[in-house]
Design a protein. Structure first.
Ligand code: HEM
Ligand SMILES: *[C@@H]1O[C@H](CO)[C@@H](O)[C@H](O)[C@H]1NC(C)=O
Ligand SMILES: *[C@@H]1O[C@H](CO)[C@@H](O)[C@H](O)[C@H]1NC(C)=O
Ligand SMILES: *[C@@H]1O[C@H](CO)[C@@H](O)[C@H](O)[C@H]1NC(C)=O
Length: 318
């Protein structure tokens, strides 16, 4: 009798424990029942946006990174300023630089039209990042799903937690380590700079004042990036194939043709050199490490279960 009661109690406890655990974890099949068309809807919208403008693939990938590094992958990057908080969009790493918010709005409204308030903005960013990489010829991976959306954002965390382009290797390693990502992950994730563009202000000092840069490369960049002015003038992060997700980022680095100071830190006589060299000659290894690191990055502190909310408009809380 007594042992029976304690058995039922333990069983009930175990069930609550398992349910609790399950709700705190992401899964690739999270929307199978609640929104079976979610993934195909996001995929179609990302394909359309990238066909219209190839750079958008890079911009969508970066949005997910900047979301995850600021209090976790919780869609906080998408919130506009309100009277109660200043959002992340105007923080130093983001202001006049992040783009794709309008594309995310389009994706969200298409997803809302197939399933009302079922799919979070945070998950849309994670899936869009994967689909963008695939659209530009890169690797694919299964995206873990079930993130919920934050009801606040942090201007100060965006300033503090996203590394700047003048960062040295050791603080780059620390910035990723603080998010649970290894040095290997950091070097693989930096390969995202095989697509997309940077503003003159992000690489000016490097092309005028650094010595570990190929001189022809530095000279060619200076015309478009004068010593003062033209802060927003763009150059590709990978000058060889800016719209293809390949391993030219690393091939460029071993020729001292990294665009930003932080890029060239991955090949500067230090501890990152050997991994950079491996990726420069083994695209398959880069792809599999990049995919694994994206899954890890996508798992940074998600809101799950009954935490957060499913926003209906990615720019504002419900
Ligand atoms: C390792 C540390 C990193 C630093 C210091 C860094 C910094 C930067 C900077 C300064 C820019 C140019 C911004 C501008 O001038 O407007 C940029 C662009 C970009 N970053 Fe990073 N980044 C890092 C890691 C990452 C990671 C992990 C990802 C994604 C997984 C990523 C994806 C991108 C993409 C795709 C672009 C081009 C965006 C576009 O063309 O719209 N970056 N990054
Ligand atoms: C979930 O849906 C995906 C895509 O439609 C399908 O491939 C997968 O088999 C489904 N998984 C489960 C457990 O229902
Ligand atoms: C963001 O950029 C705009 C336009 O350049 C500028 O006016 C504004 O002061 C910047 N915001 C912050 C918070 O730096
Ligand atoms: C290069 O370094 C010099 C000396 O420190 C400095 O005065 C100058 O502003 C720097 N130039 C750029 C473009 O950063």
């Amino acid at each position: 009798m007594a042992s029976n009661t304690s058995f039922s109690f333990s069983a009930a406890f175990l069930i609550f424990f398992i349910v609790g655990l399950a709700s705190a974890q992401l899964s690739t099949t999270f929307y199978n029942a609640s929104c079976p068309k979610a993934l195909e809807t996001i995929h179609a919208a990302v394909s359309a946006a990238v066909s219209k403008e190839r750079r958008m693939g890079a911009s969508l990938l970066r949005l997910h990174f900047h979301d995850c590094f600021v209090n976790g992958c919780d869609g906080s990057i998408l919130l506009d300023d309100t009277s109660s908080f200043t959002g992340e969009k105007t923080a130093g790493p983001n202001n006049n630089s992040l783009r794709g918010f309008d594309v995310v709005d389009t994706i969200k409204s298409q997803v809302e039209s197939v399933c009302k308030q079922a799919v979070s903005c945070a998950d849309i960013l994670a899936v869009a990042a994967r689909d963008a990489v695939v659209a530009l010829g890169g690797p694919s991976w299964s995206v873990q799903l079930g993130r919920r959306d934050a009801t606040t954002a942090s201007f100060s965390a965006a300033n503090n937690d996203i590394p700047s382009p003048t960062t040295d290797l050791s603080p780059l390693i620390s910035a990723f380590s603080k998010k649970g990502l290894s040095t290997t992950d950091m070097i693989a994730l930096s390969g995202a700079h095989t697509i997309g563009q940077a503003r003159c202000t992000s690489f000016r000092t490097r092309v005028y004042n650094e010595t570990n840069i190929a001189s022809s490369f530095a000279t060619s960049l200076q015309s478009n990036c004068p010593t003062s002015g033209s802060d927003d003038s763009l150059s590709p992060l990978d000058a060889v194939s800016p719209y293809v997700f390949d391993n030219y980022y690393y091939k460029n680095l071993i020729r001292n043709k990294g665009l930003m100071h932080s890029d060239q830190q991955l090949y500067n006589g230090g501890s990152a050199d050997s991994q950079t060299t491996t990726y420069s000659s083994d695209a398959a290894k880069f792809y599999s490490d990049f995919a694994a690191a994206m899954v890890k990055m996508g798992g940074i502190s998600p809101l799950t279960g009954s935490n957060g909310e499913i926003r209906t408009n990615c720019r504002k809380t419900n």
